[in-house]
Design a binder for this molecule. Sequence first.
Ligand SMILES: [Zn+2]
Length: 423
Amino acid sequence: MKQPQGMLRLGRYSIGVGDRFAYQGRAQLKAFLEARAGGVEATPVWNKSHREHAIIGSTPAETRAAADAAAREAGWAGPYHVDADHINLKNVDAFVDSCDYFTLDVAEEIGRPAPEAEARAFAGRHPELAGRHEAPGLEGPLEVTREGLEEAARKYLQAVREAGRIYRRIEERRGAGTFVTEVSMDETDRPQTPGELLVILAALADEGVPAQTIAPKFSGRFNKGVDYVGEVSRFEREFRQDLAAIRLAVGRYGLPENLKLSVHSGSDKFSIYPAIRRAVRAAGAGLHLKTAGTTWLEELIGLAEAGGEGLETARRIYAGAWEAREALVKPYAAVVDIDPAGLPAPGEVGGWDSARFAAALRHDPSCPSFNPHFRQLLHVAYGVAAKMGDGYRRLLRKFEPVIARNVGRNLFERHLRPLLMGD
Ligand SMILES: [Zn+2]
């Protein structure tokens, strides 16, 4: 495929930093500066989805303004981007002016099979996709049968076409080459195999989508804000095969040579970070990892630690979340596992002091007070804080030092360092 001339290129390592209320940009950049001082260049990308904007009542223009201000104030001279996360044809227009990174969500189309004739025609055009593929660093076979090829075409061609439609819409309005393109297929019920990923990439190249990152659904559970659930060795094998599929596709189909994997719901997946780090290094590959809501939880921890009205507000947010728990969990049902019996009653939390609240919420699996149900519920409860409006924002300003300390430490110590630098 032909790539746009002078295309805006995403750096080798990049991290999606969610910032629900847009106050933590400087604290997050401090973590990136710390990584740079340790010899690792990573590009911050502020990602915020249509869903988040709708729940909070914010706009993409505000995210852009906050990112620009944070970069200025932190003296960040490197590249950074603003990601229109999980957008589709229905809502992309609102993001076009403010974003320079677009995550085209085509998961909904995965359930719609392509017409039989089209699937067969695709397989006929790409006989090279069937067979056993060799790639450096590949452990175990990456094999696609002729049947598997047609099956994958049936399953994913519509999604790829949709990615083409969204991509062209953005290109028309912004100009070719002025933005980074990611294609996401993670919010669906079944993971894609590395063989399917190879087929999808060939189809994306046919469709003329210059994807620089691709977010497949990996096997295992990627619940919001808590550790990976699944077999780590199996994940590592699959991840390495995905990297090989990407390398093959870049060489064969002319996709951007910096094309890399994007790991969604990637925050707090401590048990797989060493596997990801090893695999990426061995392959000489890049990595994008989205951390979305982990920063909002650090805000809450900071508020709790501040004591006084900070702690009181953190308790009130939990009480509100507990009341509305069913409605809050609904849009996130596929990405949280909350046992209602594991949730403390608001009355009990009302008696917690700063240290107790912070210990229940902070993601330290070795701490006996850590409660993953409490944490996951609060992860999806930012709408409760949003409803407090200026009252909540005032506290973010008032307690900035203690919040910023938690935000920065979490991003650097628990994410950037284990993922990109090693322990
Ligand atoms: Zn996602």
